[in-house]
Ligand binder design. Structure first.
Ligand code: C2E
Ligand code: CA
Ligand code: CA
Length: 929
């Protein structure tokens, strides 16, 4: 933690700082103590010098005064005594001389006495007594000094105790010399050293101060304060003294040799002329006493200061810790504060942004709502209308004010009910609508309003209760789908059910019959001689005839019976709750009804009918079986001479056997590839230039002749031969197209059964690789029947094929279950409108509306539209108007052989100048992609 480290560092700094201050104070104090000591010593030196100078002066004066007296006697002796023989005695042993001596010392208090000794050392005169006692003093140091030496200077003796008064005395002596220079005696003055007591006392000594008077040889003459035991004859031993005195005086530090009081400061001053010195001394302890006191005070101050500093450091440290803590808290606070400030700022920014977005979104939403083609209504958790757009009120024919004041949804529903909005609904539907508000999953339903419009109503529940409901006007789509559904199950021409519708209704009828244990009959009809009418009078008459025949047959039947046109001139009938007997009766009546002559467009035409009957449950239990057996019976009837009916019997398996014979042939033909492909152009609706060719299978049987694909393809599908056959057709078509001179597409029909081929996708990919045809040049046509088998596999394969680049086309659009929303689940690129629609285009208004609707739907789904079966110019023009993309039909080109198609393309290419390019590119089709 860097903070803790910094703290520790700071504390250490404080400790060091305090220690430093204490050291500084101590050093300063030491310095001060040292300098104080020096000052004390210097001061003492000064004091001692002054004292010694003064005392030396005093001593000198006292000795000089005495010496003057001695010198006077010396002069007198020299003048009066001529020689040694003469001696002193006559003149100087007299009373007069004695008196003169007394006079001489009368004014000298320091001089106790004066004595004159003769050459033998006997005192011959003295100031103290009269007559002289004639004491032999020849043993005295001063006498012996002068006796032996002709020394004319004064001599100072050692201190001696005066025998008379016990005082310490020093003898100052001089040599007495006769005029001839011979030794005649000594004169001395006894100087009472007590005299110096007064002098010394007058100096006013401080404690520890002392004075010593000593001879140059170290003999102590006088000491103050005196030695305690009154010792006399002390000798100075300190070598420092000798050195100093020899140098003529000065200061030194003595170890204290005369007593044990310790070291002393000494100042030595010579007393000139007498070989004496005065030492002023002071005990070091005395000198340093005050200093010591000062040092003590200083030390105390240092201690106090140090303690104070330490205390301050501690206090500082504590304070610092507290401050650090407070600071840290403050920092933490400020960081937290700043963070929360930032958060706050961010929040407020986000809030502003979201507010702006909200405003924008609201604006966009409002605009969207108002311009939506859908009505929208939002009901909140309380069942009130929170949002509604104008389109909603418009689609529901509700006054717009109803949505203004957050009206209850239930009130709106009640309003609608009173206005008869739900009158045309079935009770069950009405109940559903009543429950409208309580649901969990999204609900979608269609409702036809009383005014004829159809609404798709989708309700999505909201998490917090309430719902969003959208209303889409699907009138156009509903109508188109209605028509398509009708078309899917009804025949355009006659308005009867078609094959599709027939199958569905027969299925239902069988179910009912099975449940009720009833019987029913299926009649298969085929007109006789219709082709001739068609060929003679044309399609239009043919068509009208079909309508008339249908009407006639209808009249024969009951309402519950089902009549359907299966295609061309084929019809089928289901007779409910009918046994064979009645079926035969009805068949006969139908024969009669059809057989009568009809006048159509001024033409009198006749047509017959052959009928095959199959009974449920006797002849089959399924639609297929019944139809197959009915057909077999019909074949029988035709074979029996036409215009008759025939009931199915077990021996009518003949036809079945024929079919089996055909199947055997087909199997062989497939194995031996006895097929060819015919190519029919698919053209641009405006230029009528071919943009693609549809490959159509042709089977030329050596005995049967040309077998129609309408015959063998269903058989191939039923038997599974279509997989093999289809593979061959695909490869042959791609190989052919790869050789074309123009990069037009090739359309190959793909049977739903081919999706059972597990490797359909892989095969297509391989064929494209093998033939070198670009995937984008291949179209696969799928019939609508496939859609009934919608499953993930089919859709997956289709998507994979499209991913390769292959185009997927919905064939025969409109003939089967053409629910558009159902169709949306398949990935198609184009739809091919079935040729049955085209045929009715010019005459039938409904057909036209239907084609229009289909085109609109297809375009809405992003699909190209191909019109199939264009036989007339009129049809072509119409398709152009309807903005169909491509067209196919006999008008533009019949199916032709591969060579013819190839040749045609070469010619076109050469006209357009593409041949050169093609030759140059070595026929490489990839170059044309
Ligand atoms: P489709 O796929 O609808 O083919 C179009 C049929 O309409 C062809 O009959 C064609 O000759 C015919 N057609 C073309 N234009 C006109 C016209 O203007 N008027 C009239 N009345 N008819 C026209 P086609 O060749 O007899 O083929 C019959 C059906 O056989 C085809 O109907 C297709 O479903 C099936 N088919 C033909 N070749 C193949 C094939 O290679 N594979 C599969 N799976 N089915 C095929
Ligand atoms: Ca086709
Ligand atoms: Ca077709």
């Amino acid at each position: 933690m860097p903070n803790a480290q910094a703290d520790r560092r700071r504390r250490r700094r404080i400790r060091r700082g305090a220690f430093g201050i204490i050291m500084l104070i101590s050093v300063a104090a030491l310095g001060a103590a040292w300098s104080l000591r020096q000052a004390a010593i210097v001061e003492t030196e000064g004091d001692l010098r002054r004292l010694s100078v003064m005392l030396a002066e005093q001593a000198a004066r006292a000795f000089q005064a005495a010496d003057l007296m001695l010198q006077a006697v010396v002069e007198q002796v020299e003048m009066t005594v001529a020689s040694a023989e003469e001696g002193l005695v006559p003149d100087f042993s007299t009373e007069v001389a004695h008196m003169a001596l007394i006079r001489r010392i009368a004014n000298l208090p320091q001089v106790e006495a004066m004595t004159i000794l003769d050459a033998a050392g006997v005192s011959i005169n003295a100031t103290r007594v009269w007559p002289p006692r004639r004491t032999a003093l020849g043993d005295r140091m001063y006498f012996r000094h002068f006796l032996n030496t002709d020394d004319r200077r004064a001599f100072v003796s050692e201190a001696v105790i005066n025998r008379v008064n016990g005082d310490q005395t020093v003898y100052l002596a001089r040599r007495l010399t006769a005029a001839d220079g011979s030794f005649v005696g000594v004169v001395n003055a006894a100087i009472n050293l007590a005299y110096f007591d007064e002098v010394f006392a007058a100096a006013g000594f401080l404690e520890g101060t002392g004075v010593t008077m000593a001879r140059a040889d170290g003999a102590v003459l006088k000491r103050f304060p005196p030695p305690p035991d009154g010792t006399v004859g002390e000798v100075l031993t300190a070598p420092g003294w000798y050195a100093t005195s020899a140098a003529g005086g000065g200061g030194y530090l003595s170890p204290g040799t005369l007593d044990d009081h310790g070291e002393r400061f000494v100042y030595v001053r010579p007393v000139p002329g007498y070989g004496m010195f005065v030492n002023a001394t002071r005990l070091e302890t005395a000198v340093l006493w005050r200093w010591q006191r000062q040092v003590m005070a200083l030390a105390a101050a240092v201690v106090v200061a140090s303690l104070l500093t330490a205390y301050l450091a501690i206090v500082l440290n504590r304070q610092f810790t507290a401050i650090t803590r407070a600071h840290r808290r403050a920092v933490a606070h400020s960081i937290a504060l700043r963070a929360s400030e930032t958060r706050l700022r961010e929040k407020s920014t986000a809030l502003e942004a979201s507010e702006t977005r909200l405003t924008e979104t609201t604006q966009i939403l409002r605009t969207t709502l108002e311009h939506m083609n859908q009505g929208i209504l939002m009901v909140d958790g309380q069942g009130r209308v929170a949002v509604a757009n104008r389109r909603a009120s418009h689609l529901l024919d509700l006054p717009p004010e109803m949505f203004d004041g957050r009206m209850r949804f239930a009130e709106i529903a009640a309003f609608q009910r009173t206005n008869g909005e739900f009158d045309n609904l079935s009770p069950a539907q009405r109940e559903t609508i009543g429950r409208g508000e309580t649901f969990i999953d999204p609900v979608t339903y269609e409702r036809r309003r009383p005014n004829g419009t159809t609404l798709e109503i989708r309700s999505v529940p909201l998490p917090g209760g309430g719902m969003v409901r959208t209303y889409t006007d699907i009138t156009a789509r509903a109508e188109a789908e209605g028509m398509l559904a009708l078309a899917a199950s009804h025949d355009q021409l006659t308005g009867l059910a078609n094959r599709n519708g027939f199958g569905q209704r027969l299925d239902k009828a069988l179910l009912t019959a099975q449940r009720g244990g009833e019987t029913l009959s299926v009649l298969c009809l085929d007109l006789d001689g219709f082709k001739a009418v068609n060929d003679t009078h044309g399609h239009e008459v043919g068509d009208l005839l079909l309508q008339r025949v249908a009407a006639c047959m209808r009249e024969v039947l009951r309402d519950v019976d089902l009549l359907a046109r299966m295609g061309g001139d084929e019809f089928s009938i289901v007779l409910g709750r009918t046994d064979m007997e009645r079926a035969a009766r009805v068949a006969q009546r139908l024969l009669d009804a059809v057989r009568q002559p009809h006048t159509i467009a001024g033409h009198r035409v006749m047509v017959g009918v052959s009928i095959g009957i199959a009974a449920y449950p006797l002849d089959g239990g399924t639609v297929e079986q019944l139809l197959r057996n009915g057909d077999a019976a019909l074949y029988q009837a035709k074979a029996g001479g036409r215009n008759r009916w025939c009931a199915y019997t077990s021996d009518i398996g003949d036809r079945e056997r024929q079919r089996m014979a055909l199947e055997t042939d087909l199997r062989e033909a497939v194995a031996k590839r006895r097929f060819t492909l015919a190519y029919q152009p698919i053209c641009d609706v405006n230029t009528t230039e071919p943009v693609a060719f549809e490959a159509l299978l042709r089977w030329d049987h050596p005995l049967r002749g040309a077998v129609s694909p309408g015959e063998f393809i269903p058989l191939a599908e039923q038997t599974g031969l279509i997989v093999d056959l289809g593979r061959w057709a695909l490869e042959a078509a791609c190989a052919e197209a790869a050789a074309w001179a123009l990069p037009v597409r090739v359309a190959v029909n793909l049977s739903p059964a081919q999706f059972r081929d597990p490797d359909l996708l892989g095969f297509v990919r391989d064929v494209l690789l093998r033939t070198g045809l670009a995937a984008s040049r291949l179209e696969l046509e799928l019939t609508e029947g496939l859609l009934l088998e919608q499953n993930d596999h089919v859709v997956g394969v289709m998507q994979a094929l499209r991913a390769l680049g292959v185009r997927m086309v919905l064939d025969d659009f409109g003939t089967a279950n053409s629910n558009l929303s159902y169709l949306r689940g398949f990935p198609f690129d184009a739809v091919k409108i079935d040729r049955s629609f085209l045929r009715a285009l010019s005459s039938d208004r409904q057909a036209r509306a239907l084609v229009e609707a289909m085109l609109a739907m297809s375009r809405a789904l992003g699909l190209d539209v191909v019109g199939e079966g264009v036989e007339t110019q009129e049809q072509l023009t119409m398709l152009r108007h309807l903005r169909c993309d491509r067209v196919q039909g006999y008008l533009l080109g019949r199916p032709e052989t591969g060579e013819v198609a190839r040749e045609g393309l070469w010619q076109r290419a050469s006209r357009r100048g593409d041949v050169a390019r093609l030759s140059a590119s070595g026929q490489n089709n990839n170059a044309l992609r």
